[in-house]
Write a protein that binds this ligand. Sequence first.
Ligand code: NDP
Length: 289
Amino acid sequence: MKTPVTVLGLGAMGTALARAFLAAGHPTTVWNRTAGRSPELDDLGVIRARSVVDAVVASPLVVVCLLDDTSVRSTLQPAASELSRRTLVNLTNGTPEQARRGLDWAAQHGVQYLDGGIMAVPVMIGGPAAFILYSGSAEAFEQHRDDLAVLGRPTYVGADAGLAALQDLALLSAMYGMFGGVAHALAMVSSEKLSPTAFTDDLLVPWLTAMLGSVTRLAKDLEYGAESGAAGSNLAMQAAAFGNFIDASEAQGVDPMVLRPIHSLLDRAVAEGHGDEDLAVLVRLLAKN
Ligand code: NDP
């Protein structure tokens, strides 16, 4: 028999997790603060627990996916003693510090703890592109690797429970940086009534795809040092051009708010004598603060 699993939380993500466990044949018990959420799971054979304690005792593997750290702590506290000798996997978004506190709390109650960062939206759960970062108990990860694999590719990143959250937040930061830039770009083309889809398909996606190579090079420059200076795109040139981005946005009636912090950073890099260097300098300037 497949490992029985409990899922605490039936929001959009918790529901997707429960559905994936059910689809893979795991006896799946669920609990949600508001009863009766996600009725479609009933046809798939889900077991609904009447309390958190009932839900926890049903399975050796307990997955919690709630709104935030506060809701996780208030939900789990009444079931602390029942969690003893079970594995708790916290897939709620949180900070590294919250994850480390979660590990300490779990250790005090004899619970094996993994903190996770889900790199997927609900519709991707169980599909080939989904991956989930885990940190914390290596023993728990090895024990439940196959169970967790039904959600997405399980990627263990270390015994320090904060490392999954750290890298999850770093990945999401890069994603939001991209979305912020994309929102600005689409506002610019919309200001001239151009087709957003034609612009995106013909120009934006090919351009971003080409720039992905620069991301890899930036990381290598940072780790090993730049091989060839600014590789044709020095920061002084970029800072000078950036003024045009701001001016053109304002002329088109587009708020340049997502661009301004990048402009400031480029100007600062030049003012501090890095005008002939490359983008890796920006990482160093940010990391100093
Ligand atoms: P939803 O807003 O859809 O669901 C929130 C869940 O949290 C519900 O089950 C809700 O219960 C519960 N909840 C909220 N407050 C409390 C509380 N005080 N006590 C107990 N339960 C509470 O969020 P998602 O399911 O989308 O997200 C869940 C987690 O997964 C978040 O941390 C999110 O960052 C993370 N995540 C989500 C992704 C996504 O694309 N959706 C992607 C990657 C990670 P109730 O039904 O009673 O309101």
